[in-house]
Every structure is written in structure tokens, then in C-alpha cells.
Design a protein around this ligand. Structure first.
Ligand SMILES: [Mg+2]
Length: 364
């Protein structure tokens, strides 16, 4: 039995190359990366991490350092699911579905890294092993881009060879959204998938009106039309048009996913292993999605999700997120003919370029 000997965390505040905007979170100027290094008695070690849109990272780090580290030291590292469950309840009163979901995720991912290294298994194998590649689309955070800039950005995505692109919507005037969708569809042609993401900026009436207007542009999915906690509201929006709905990045407990599966009539579910409770919970969501015949996708962290999503099947999509975490790893995301390729190294397959992170991070 290998016991957990030490857990250390770090936070990096990484500037984006330009401010990025969506409908609800204002300008993003940075992302925060919170890393966790777990070392066992036998010397084996694993790395986990979570990220934010630039706010709350120091609270996540504080919860890891003050509450999680003393709780997990000395525990048997192989009982990953038990540790995850114990942490969920240990932190439930103050943290349910909030900061604690991010903090637990980072530690859980480190324990999965150790599990993979111990079993000599890459993460795609541990996530079902169906395939080692999956579809990839680029997710823009581009609501503040002028139309020419938006189209130029999309041209850059197409040059990567991806099979799908996603744009932000939720501008003040619905006509603006429709015009941007029309122009992007025009640019990409009929064979590239187009997704739209409102970041829960609409009410039910507006969302239905918008979705009906999207139909003619062959939108693959309408992401987060309304606030994520309004599970039955999604069911109502779904009935209003033929456009498929997607959400998941703001569901942070298994109970929330269960509500969504039950009430929201989603066609795509997008758990993010950095905030839903780690790989342990991501796999639980994937299992449930399969039972419900809902397509499993992901949000953010392409360098990690490429393995989780590929393991579920090659026709599932990963988002290539605009927070380029993968550019700070030793193996940035690899694309081949529109598919993202999962790493074959044992563990989670994500190794950070620590020097590059240190150099890029803001000091204050
Ligand atoms: Mg989104």
C-alpha cells in the first residue's frame, strides 16, 4: 500500500494575448492555473490541476493547502474514488459545488496520474479505451470581436484543420447574433460544424426565439442558452425548436448532472474534469450519459480531455478552449486530419513546462 506523503500546490496567473469576452463574465485578461503535486511514500508522484477564468484561484489554493492536504496525508493513494467521496462530504457544508469542486478536482487528477503510472495505462484506456482520437472544435471567446475580426479568427481555426468552430453569442440585439452566425456559416461552408454559446445570457422566451432563427444555419448545438441551474427551463427551450442543447461546464456536482439528465433534454453534455470533481466524476457523468444516449463532450483543458473523450469514442467532440493551457505543457494538443490525438504515455499524459509557466506568470 502506497501512502500519500506530501501534497504541494502552486498558482500561476497567466496573461492572455488579448482580452476575450463572452456574454456574462466580462473581459478575460488572464487565466489562473492551480497545480497540485502528490508524492507517495514509495517516491511515485502525480500532477493534477484546475483553472479559472482569472478569479478565485487563490481561494482554491487556500482550500487545498488548509483543508485538503491535512485530510489526505497518510491515505492509501489507490482508493481514488473513496478519497474523492470523502472530500466531497468533508467540504460539503462550505463548499458544495463551488470552490471545493475545483480543489477536489485538482487533487483527484493527480491521484489518477499516479494510478495510470502504477498500472502503466494511458488515460484514454482508463476512460473506456474505445479510441485514441476524437473530433476537435475550436471554441472562441469572441463576443467583443468586430465581424471582420471574428471571421479572421475563424479562418485561423480552419487553418488548423478542425472539423468544428464555436462562437459566442448573446449580444444586446438578437439580429447581431444572427448576422454573425450567418456570416460564419457562409465562411465555413456546409461541411464544418458550427456551435453557438450564449453563456446563459438569455431568458427562456429569447432563447426559444433565437433557437428557431438558428435552425436555418444548421447549428450543431446551442450551448448554455439560459442559466445552468434552471434545469427544467432547458427542457422548455428544447421543445421550442429542433436545435440541440448543450451544457455542463457549470455543473459541479453529480447531483447537478443528474438533474440535467432528468430534466434538461440535452443532446450534448460537457463536463469539465477541472471543476466537476475530477476524472472520477467526469467518468461517472460519461457512464450516465451513455445510459441516457447523450453525447459526451468536454469543456476546456484540451490537453487532458483529449484522453477522456477519445476513450469514450472518436465521434465525440473536445473543445479546443481559448485558454491555451496546453501551450504550457511538454505536449501541446496534437491534431491530425481534424482529430485530436490522445497521448499514449502512462498517467494523465499532461506534463507541465514549469519553466515556461514561471516565465509567463504575472508576479503580483
Ligand atoms: Mg461554454
Amino acid at each position: 500500500m502506497s501512502k500519500i506523503k506530501s501534497v504541494t500546490s502552486k498558482i500561476y496567473r497567466i496573461p492572455l494575448s488579448e482580452p476575450l469576452m463572452d456574454a456574462k463574465h466580462g473581459n478575460h485578461t488572464h487565466f489562473e492555473l492551480i497545480t497540485v503535486r502528490v508524492i507517495l511514500n514509495n517516491g511515485l508522484e502525480g500532477t493534477g490541476y484546475t483553472y479559472t477564468g482569472g478569479r478565485g484561484g487563490s481561494a482554491i489554493k487556500a482550500m487545498i493547502d488548509n483543508d485538503i492536504v491535512p485530510f489526505v496525508l497518510g491515505k492509501n493513494s489507490t482508493t481514488v474514488e473513496d478519497i474523492n467521496d470523502e472530500l466531497q462530504w468533508y467540504l460539503h457544508y462550505v463548499g458544495r459545488g463551488g470552490i471545493s469542486s475545483f480543489a477536489i478536482s485538482a487533487v483527484d487528477i493527480a491521484l489518477w496520474d499516479i494510478r495510470g503510472k502504477t498500472l502503466n495505462q494511458p488515460l484514454s484506456n482508463m476512460s473506456g479505451g474505445v479510441n485514441t482520437k476524437c473530433l476537435a472544435y475550436c471554441g472562441g471567446i469572441d463576443l467583443n470581436f468586430s465581424l471582420p475580426k471574428l471571421l479572421n479568427n475563424i479562418r485561423g481555426y480552419l487553418a488548423l484543420g478542425v472539423k468544428g468552430v464555436k462562437i459566442k453569442i448573446g449580444r444586446d440585439q438578437l439580429e447581431d447574433d444572427i448576422e454573425r452566425i450567418r456570416q460564419v456559416r457562409n465562411l465555413i461552408g456546409p461541411n464544418i460544424s458550427l456551435m453557438v454559446d450564449a453563456n446563459y445570457s438569455m431568458n427562456i422566451t429569447r432563447a426559444i426565439k433565437a433557437a428557431k432563427l438558428f435552425e436555418q444555419y444548421d447549428v450543431l448545438w446551442f450551448e448554455e442558452p439560459i442559466e445552468p441551474d434552471n434545469f427544467s427551463g432547458y427542457g422548455t427551450v428544447s421543445k421550442g425548436s429542433s436545435v440541440a442543447l448543450a451544457m455542463g461546464e457549470n455543473l459541479h456536482t453529480m447531483r447537478e448532472f443528474e438533474h440535467a439528465f432528468e430534466l434538461s433534454k440535452l443532446s450534448f453534455i460537457q463536463p469539465d474534469a477541472s471543476n466537476c470533481g475530477g476524472i472520477t466524476c467526469w467518468l461517472k457523468v460519461a457512464k450516465k450519459a451513455k445510459e441516457k444516449n447523450i453525447n459526451i463532450s468536454s469543456h476546456g483543458m484540451q490537453e487532458l480531455h483529449v484522453s477522456l473523450v477519445s476513450g469514450q469514442g472518436s465521434k465525440n467532440w473536445i473543445e479546443i478552449h481559448s485558454f491555451p493551457i496546453d501551450q504550457y505543457t511538454l505536449r501541446p494538443l496534437q491534431l491530425n486530419n481534424g482529430f485530436a490525438i490522445a497521448p499514449d504515455t502512462p498517467g494523465i499524459g499532461v506534463e507541465f513546462d514549469w519553466e515556461k509557466l514561471e516565465d509567463a506568470a504575472d508576479r503580483n
